[in-house]
Design a protein around this ligand. Structure first.
Ligand SMILES: NC(=O)C1=CN([C@@H]2O[C@H](COP(=O)(O)OP(=O)(O)OC[C@H]3O[C@@H](n4cnc5c(N)ncnc54)[C@H](O)[C@@H]3O)[C@@H](O)[C@H]2O)C=CC1
Ligand SMILES: CC(=O)C(=O)O
Ligand SMILES: [Mg+2]
Length: 565
């Protein structure tokens, strides 16, 4: 745990009580109450943080549904950051699903109806002319290390929501990665929405126009990225939930000029690689031994494919061509194969993975999942399609017929969109499947009566560490090698390494310690390859990363008119 510091604060009275960063509520000491003009503004008793957490937890438990818990926690965050993060840290496993997937998806789909208070920066297309002014108004006098932006086109599996997600992803950076919340800036890039329901909702809080596309969109995003580069040159810029036509394109455009990171592409790729490394450890095979079907060749599906291919080439010393041949990608029009080119149905970036039609001599039209499974005899089946239930009993049993330990990762969020319920996947394979899911699921019972813990293969298990490592090393860019180093460190912490019947990935309960290790591996790699702008020994990296972390404890305050606000 972090220790107490003495902080100079320039806010008094109502101003400090309404600042979530500095507010301590009933925990202000008698001395502070006097110094900050709070004497008549608080009830008598000075509470400890423990007592405040107990009280907040009691109130939280009074809310029956997770969505009501989510909105209680949202207002706690708006009141008092230390209390909010402290409460979450004490009940991590129970509360992550309340503030993140699956509940956050429900909260975001009701964003305009649940809206109480703005968070972070809202940059809206019709206000493009004042973008720099609006940006500076938020960052001036602050030390921002991390910018989390989203245009909200493909949110947490629920599609185009117009606005939302950046602040939820930023919270995870603090909760799991220990990044100081006052150094994070969530940004909503509101370029409209094509979601009819929102466009017709009189309470919609975003810009109620259709999505801006093409040159205007690119110029809007570019203006924003250039502002980040100009005013926050050492920051990490995190892209979240951009649509499939933009995610990889924007990453490729900016990744050589600033430390940018696309979570859905790279974070998902990294956590899935870690889970797969653990699984091939259990099956005592190599990455290159696998035949991998990716069901849903969008942002996450392609990100995973590229990450697994890269790791395969490095770990097993095989060529790009050979590694590419281990993948079969399915999208809405079935298997991605040569004959789809003529109909212009192959998206940019998929070229290396287009299969020859000759592999499927008996099908002239689309090749569906079941046929593909029967033909290819995959060892790995990954779902990133948002097509709930797509991995049917027939599909799973066909896979099992040719594979002793099928590796099955239905990664679509939220829980209701999972490609197969892990309980079914487990039952249909007589407990032989190695399973990881995108949202949390309860453990399943194996035929031997033992529980099998379903690993939560969600990018939140790794991106806070990737980001922390990038920020602490002040890297100029986030390289593939840094991400690979983070994924390998995560894989090395898999419970399945010690017990093949255990979960493929560490539990979210352990995510803060796991992400500290990931951050250290990432920073070490950044230093080794020269993308970092610091030069520390390994021992120093560990100390620096640890020392940079923020903990939810109350500092002691002294009033100072020139202090922090
Ligand atoms: N576990 C994790 O960490 C992550 C999970 N995801 C989840 O993965 C899913 C996809 O997310 P994105 O890649 O961002 O979305 P996306 O829209 O870029 O990709 C989805 C792809 O699936 C395809 N698809 C849709 N229906 C299909 C069907 N019936 N058969 C085959 N393909 C179909 C779409 O054409 C699209 O290419 C979401 O549920 C999302 O929540 C995304 C990122 C991280
Ligand atoms: C987890 C995540 O990033 C997503 O579902 O989009
Ligand atoms: Mg996402």
């Amino acid at each position: 745990m972090g220790s107490k510091n003495v902080i100079k604060v320039a806010l008094k009275g109502e101003a400090i009580l309404t600042s979530p960063r500095f507010n301590k509520g009933t925990a202000f000491s008698q001395k502070e109450r006097k110094e900050f003009g709070l004497n008549g503004r608080l009830p008598f008793e000075v509470a400890t943080l423990d007592q405040q957490c107990d009280r907040a937890n009691e109130q939280l438990k009074g809310r029956e549904s997770n969505i009501r818990k989510n909105s209680f926690l949202q207002s706690l965050k708006a009141q008092n950051w230390v209390l909010y993060y402290s409460l979450l840290s004490r009940h991590l496993r129970e509360l992550i699903p309340v503030i993140y997937t699956p509940t956050e998806a429900e909260a975001i789909s009701n964003y305009s109806h649940l809206f109480r208070r703005s968070e972070g920066l809202y940059l809206t297309f019709p206000h493009v002319d004042t973008m720099e002014e609006d940006f500076l108004a938020q960052i001036t006098g602050r030390d921002v290390d991390l910018v989390v932006c989203s245009d909200a086109e493909a949110i947490l599996g629920i599609g185009d929501q117009g606005v939302g997600i950046s602040s939820a992803k930023a919270v995870i950076y603090t909760l799991i990665g220990g990044i100081d919340p006052s150094k994070t800036l969530p940004v909503t890039l509101d370029v409209g929405t094509n979601n009819e329901e929102l466009l017709n909702d009189p309470l919609y809080v975003g810009w109620p126009e259709r999505r801006v596309r093409g040159k205007d969109y690119d110029e809007f995003i570019d203006k924003f990225v250039q502002l980040v580069r100009k005013h926050l040159p050492h920051s990490l810029l995190h892209f979240e939930d951009f649509g499939v036509t933009n995610a990889n394109r924007l990453l490729a455009r900016y990744r050589d000029t600033h430390a940018v990171f696309n979570d859905d592409v790279q974070g998902t790729g990294a956590v899935t690689l870690a889970a797969l490394m653990a699984a091939v450890g259990v099956t005592k095979s190599t990455l290159a031994d696998q035949r991998i079907i990716i069901y849903g060749a969008g942002t996450a599906g392609l990100g995973i494919t590229l990450q697994l291919r890269d790791a395969m080439m490095k770990a097993d010393s095989i060529s790009q061509k050979e590694a590419s041949s281990k993948f079969w990608l399915i999208d809405k029009h079935g298997l991605i194969k040569e004959s789809l080119r003529a109909q212009d149905l192959i998206r940019e970036g998929l070229d290396d993975f287009v299969r020859p039609d000759s592999e499927f001599p008996n099908s002239e039209g689309e090749v569906g999942l079941l046929e593909l499974v029967k033909t290819v005899k995959p060892t790995v089946l990954i779902g990133t399609s948002t097509h709930g239930g797509a991995f049917t009993e027939e599909v799973i049993k066909a896979m099992k017929a040719n594979c002793h330990r099928p590796i099955i990762f239905p990664l679509s969020n939220p829980s209701r969109l999972v490609e197969v319920d892990p309980k079914d996947a487990n039952d249909w394979t007589e407990g032989m499947a190695l399973i990881a899911t995108g949202s949390p699921f309860p453990a399943v019972k194996n035929p031997n009566g033992k529980d099998y813990i379903i690993a939560e293969c969600n990018n939140a298990l790794i991106y806070p560490g990737l980001g922390l490592g990038a920020i602490v090393s002040k890297t100029r860019k986030v390289t593939d090698e840094m991400i690979l180093a983070g994924a390998q460190r995560l894989a090395s912490l898999s419970p399945a390494l010690n017990d093949p019947d255990d979960a493929l990935l560490p539990d979210f309960e352990d995510s803060p310690t796991v992400n500290l290790e990931v951050a250290i591996a990432v920073a070490e790699q950044a230093i080794e390859q020269g993308s970092a702008t610091v030069d520390w020994s390994k021992e120093e990296v560990r100390e620096r990363v640890k020392a940079s972390q923020w903990y939810p404890v109350y500092d002691d305050y002294v009033y100072e008119p020139e202090g922090e606000t």
